[in-house]
Design a protein around this ligand. Structure first.
Ligand SMILES: [Zn+2]
Length: 320
């Protein structure tokens, strides 16, 4: 308690004493790439974009690719914004705000999600655990969970999804296939409204409006858990082809699902290069300098609901 109060006092002193400004200046040569996923309301995002407009030089991933290929340098305090997955709330909530502030952004699409042949598997797990009848769920790879209160269900869904990410991919797919039967629940074939993807038509509209669209695989597997090289190539090159066909424009940027170092293998990086992407992003945290590997770019995870002081420290590169 005392320690957390002290930390809070220290953070307030840091912010009031211009600590964020000093940190931003010290980190001015590092490119920040922010990572978003979901958007509920426009106003919290607008507050963050106002801060970015006032204190940073927003850049596109095309500019990042050019810089890291030996082209034009980026301005000081360069900042790129990325959004993973391609949920419909990007189109409905965030896109108008990005337009209003004229700030570039890149959205990484899961092609099978936009095709509506699947919904994101972590959302399926969450939905199944939240809506199943009360029971005990038990699986060898993760243990037993009592499904009672909403909180216990959320905890179970999170623990089970995290454990499933570590399974070899064929086992993860078998687990997903069995899950509705085991939990005695019917999973809808397409995502319910809260988990739905953009329509291709909406993706074309945002692309025409200046949003860059990248690829984030066909089905969102953990690439390092795939057991077939052909499947790896298909997830990486196939999603690019599919999005290019739908948008009739080049897809130059890739995003590794889950994205920590253990989630993508050297083979995945090689497949990204072979598919002729120009950059790819991870979820490893940090700033990127001129010598950065453009196929292992670091990002800073944020969301619109963050406390504004915390958001400003993240963007400045403090404590990331
Ligand atoms: Zn994702």
């Amino acid at each position: 308690m005392a320690a957390s109060l002290l930390k809070k006092v220290a953070r307030t002193a840091f912010d009031k004493g211009g600590g964020v400004d000093v940190a931003r200046w010290m980190n001015r040569k590092g490119l920040r790439i922010l990572m978003y996923h979901r958007f509920r309301d426009p106003e919290p995002l607008a507050r963050q974009l106002r801060h970015i407009r006032d204190h940073y030089a927003p850049v596109s991933m095309a500019q990042v690719a050019a810089w890291l290929s030996g082209g034009e340098r980026l301005p000081d305090n360069a900042l790129a914004i990325t959004i993973d997955d391609g949920y419909r709330d990007f189109y409905q909530v965030a896109y108008p705000v990005f337009r209003e502030y004229k700030i570039p952004a890149t959205v990484y699409l899961v092609s099978g999600f936009l095709d509506r042949t699947l919904w994101l598997w972590v959302d399926q797990v969450r939905h199944a655990f939240l809506h199943a009848p009360p029971q005990t769920y038990q699986a060898d790879f993760v243990g037993a969970f009592e499904l009672g209160s909403i909180e216990s269900r959320k905890r179970a869904a999170h623990a089970v999804a995290e454990a499933a990410k570590k399974l070899p991919d064929p086992e993860r797919l078998a687990f997903l296939l069995q899950l509705p039967r085991e939990l005695r629940i019917d999973l809808p074939a397409v995502a319910p409204a809260e988990y739905e993807p953009m329509l291709w038509e909406e993706a074309r509209e945002v692309a025409a409006g200046g949003i860059e669209l990248g690829a984030h695989t066909c089905t969102h597997p953990i690439l390092s858990r795939l057991t077939s090289a052909q499947q790896l190539a298909e997830e990486i090159a196939g999603s690019k082809r599919r999005i290019e066909a739908q948008l009739e424009r080049a897809v130059d940027h890739f995003c590794y699902p889950n994205g920590s170092t253990e989630d993508f293998s050297a083979e995945a990086v090689a497949a990204v290069k072979a598919a002729q992407y120009r950059t790819s992003v991870t979820t490893e945290s940090g700033l990127n300098y001129a010598a950065a590997d453009r196929f292992r770019l670091l990002r800073i995870g944020v969301e619109p609901g963050l406390d504004q002081g915390y958001f400003q420290r993240c963007a400045a590169g403090v404590g990331i």
